[in-house]
Design a protein around this ligand. Structure first.
Ligand code: HEM
Length: 204
């Protein structure tokens, strides 16, 4: 018999979908700027600059909300990979995604209210949300307000390492988002996890 739990509060779902919309907007305009070509553009250059700046400031504020709301609600604890056997559980989960799921095996781990993420999710979500995303946000803000960037770093113009880190961290987020959407199809049914992220109710 299927069991239903109310897993994700409204604020978390609203944060998630606003965050996803902003990141898609930033990825499209960011790629337009980085690979700008007068002969072909995804979004016209000056429009892409304006949209990227506005969405970037909105994402920085939303990230502040995410950190505070997670701290206040206690949801931050979900992101902490818990010993013992973190590596072993990550491996079990990876094996399931690459092999077991195609063989009709059961998920190695059950979602509960106390432990929403499997070990692999905890490690990856922690890495993206508490390391890579803040790096993209801070380097983006330094680009917007270059007066706060160091004049030089490692013997080169201070904005060069900022640009490199902004580009690399944004690329990691885009790759994460693609894998994340694919793995999002691996619930009980193809649409189950997306439904949970919309309604808050988890079924298994
Ligand atoms: C259109 C794009 C996206 C879709 C369809 C999507 C889908 C989902 C789904 C189905 C879940 C619930 C399953 C799970 O717990 O893994 C989820 C959770 C999550 N997603 Fe996404 N996502 C998208 C974009 C993003 C982006 C861009 C980020 C961050 C950069 C992100 C970060 C997260 C996080 C941190 C959670 C866990 C939230 C929590 O329960 O505390 N997602 N997403």
């Amino acid at each position: 018999m299927s069991e239903r739990i109310y897993l994700l509060p409204l604020w978390l779902r609203l944060w998630h979908w606003t965050n996803a919309t902003l990141i898609i907007t930033l990825a499209v305009t960011g790629m337009s700027l980085h690979f700008s070509n007068p002969a072909f553009h995804l979004v016209e250059f000056s429009l892409a600059v304006r949209i990227h700046n506005i969405a970037g400031v909105a994402l920085a504020s939303l990230y502040g909300f995410f950190v505070i709301a997670n701290a206040v609600s206690g949801n931050w604890w979900q992101y902490v990979p818990k010993p013992p056997g973190i590596l072993e559980r990550c491996w079990k989960q990876t094996r399931y995604y690459c092999w077991g799921v195609f063989k009709g095996e059961r998920e190695p781990y059950k979602v509960t209210l106390e432990t929403n993420f499997n070990a692999l999710q905890a490690v990856v979500y922690w890495f993206v949300m508490y390391l890579v995303l803040p790096l993209t946000v801070v380097t983006g803000l330094l680009f917007l307000y270059p007066q706060f960037a160091p004049d030089d770093m490692f013997g080169v113009d201070g904005l060069l390492p900022v640009a490199l880190l902004h580009y690399l961290s944004a690329a990691v987020i885009i790759m994460f988002a693609i894998a994340h959407i694919y793995l999002g199809t691996m619930g009980t049914k193809v649409g189950s996890l997306f439904k949970t992220m919309i309604t808050g109710w988890h079924e298994h």
